[in-house]
Ligand binder design. Structure first.
Ligand SMILES: Cc1cc2nc3c(=O)[nH]c(=O)nc-3n(C[C@H](O)[C@H](O)[C@H](O)COP(=O)(O)O)c2cc1C
Length: 324
């Protein structure tokens, strides 16, 4: 998930258990080809994350094929294509979900990529662009014929963004008609929903926001699948996760602290500020459903230094209940 599931976060989630495949944040094909530093950083991963898919976005078949070769050269196990992003900044460049509106272009992208690399090329799509264009069943078949090795479908349209609920009947219908594996995405917010959705006939489920709220959701789902009680997560566990995340982000100090490269247009910020921003972004999800979560959210959002942020986390998770 863009802005959220960086390598540090993915490693920590994987360490909790229950996680099969991890996928990077979406990465610009154009940025990979031009060697933009920040783009390359989004595509970074560590060995412990394997098997790993690097997800790329773009709309030009030749460029997507070239980017797929770069991804293959980086050692990824899978190259995934984003055909689901509804954000105008992405969609207006014929990338993300707008590729679903141009089926022949989408097919051209997958065919070119499949010819260019040995690793599997997979696709992540939505139900369609809007209610009048729910073409995922047709497009899924077309990209299968073009060489896609697996497909994941988020059962909402781009127009829905994240409103309403994901259409798992549609996902199940697609899974039923395709030969390649089909994964479903949408609304797996707790471990029981993951198990329910797995029973819908899909090969697997993708868990998005649920893992930002509860990084143990996959481990808990694995517990349920094995007939065990889902593990309990204490407040201390949750605090420890955040501390570890800050530590892992801290390990990236050297990388982030380097001066911006000439081809790097993102404004330079200090490493501490980068970590604070990361924790704020996660905090908006992580605090949901937590007793007094809004207090923690406010404390995180008002911490202007790393020590203040750490103190806010320590007070909330490790101090006696009365101080919360
Ligand atoms: C903050 C955020 C960032 C996301 N970024 C991506 C992305 O980069 N690539 C992608 O395929 N899907 C992305 N998604 C969509 C999720 O992968 C997923 O399909 C969607 O959130 C529905 O699943 P969920 O209900 O489990 O969250 C993102 C979702 C959110 C909330």
């Amino acid at each position: 998930m863009a802005g959220m599931t960086d390598t540090a976060f993915r490693r920590l989630v994987k360490r909790q258990g229950g996680c099969g495949l991890v996928v990077t944040e979406m990465v610009s094909a154009e940025g990979l080809i031009r060697g933009i530093d920040r783009t390359l950083e989004y595509a970074e991963y560590t060995e412990e994350e394997r098997p790993i898919a690097i997800q790329i976005f773009g709309g030009d078949p030749e460029k997507m094929a070239a980017a797929a070769q770069i991804v293959e050269g980086m050692g990824a196990d899978i190259v995934d294509v984003n055909m689901g992003c509804p954000v105008p900044k992405i969609a207006k460049h014929n990338a993300g979900c707008s590729l679903m509106r141009e089926p022949s272009q989408a097919v051209g992208v997958i065919a070119a990529m499949s010819r260019a690399v040995q690793i599997p090329v997979t696709v992540k799509m939505r139900a369609g662009w809007n209610d009048d264009e729910r073409n995922a069943p047709t497009l899924a078949r077309m990209v299968e014929d073009a060489g896609a090795a697996a497909i994941a479908v988020h059962g909402r349209t781009a127009a829905q963004s994240y409103s309403g609920s994901a259409d798992w009947d549609l996902v199940a219908r697609i899974a039923d008609t395709l030969t390649i594996p089909v994964f479903g995405s949408g609304d797996c917010i707790d471990a029981r929903q993951v198990i329910e959705k797995l029973a819908s006939g899909v090969e697997g489920v993708l868990v998005g926001r649920g893992v930002l709220r509860n990084p143990w959701i996959l481990a808990q789902a694995a517990d349920i699948a094995a007939g065990r009680r889902p593990r309990e997560v204490t407040l201390e566990d949750r605090g420890t996760f955040l501390r570890q995340y800050i530590d892992l982000l801290g390990d990236e100090r050297v990388r982030e602290a380097r001066p911006p490269a000439v081809n790097d247009h993102a404004p330079a910020i200090s490493h501490d500020r980068w970590v604070i921003n990361k924790i704020r972004a996660l905090g908006s999800w992580y605090t949901k459903g937590l007793d007094n979560g809004s207090h923690l959210r406010t404390a995180i959002n008002s911490a202007e230094s790393l020590p203040a942020l750490q103190a806010a986390i320590d007070t909330f998770f490790f101090a006696p209940v009365t101080s919360r």
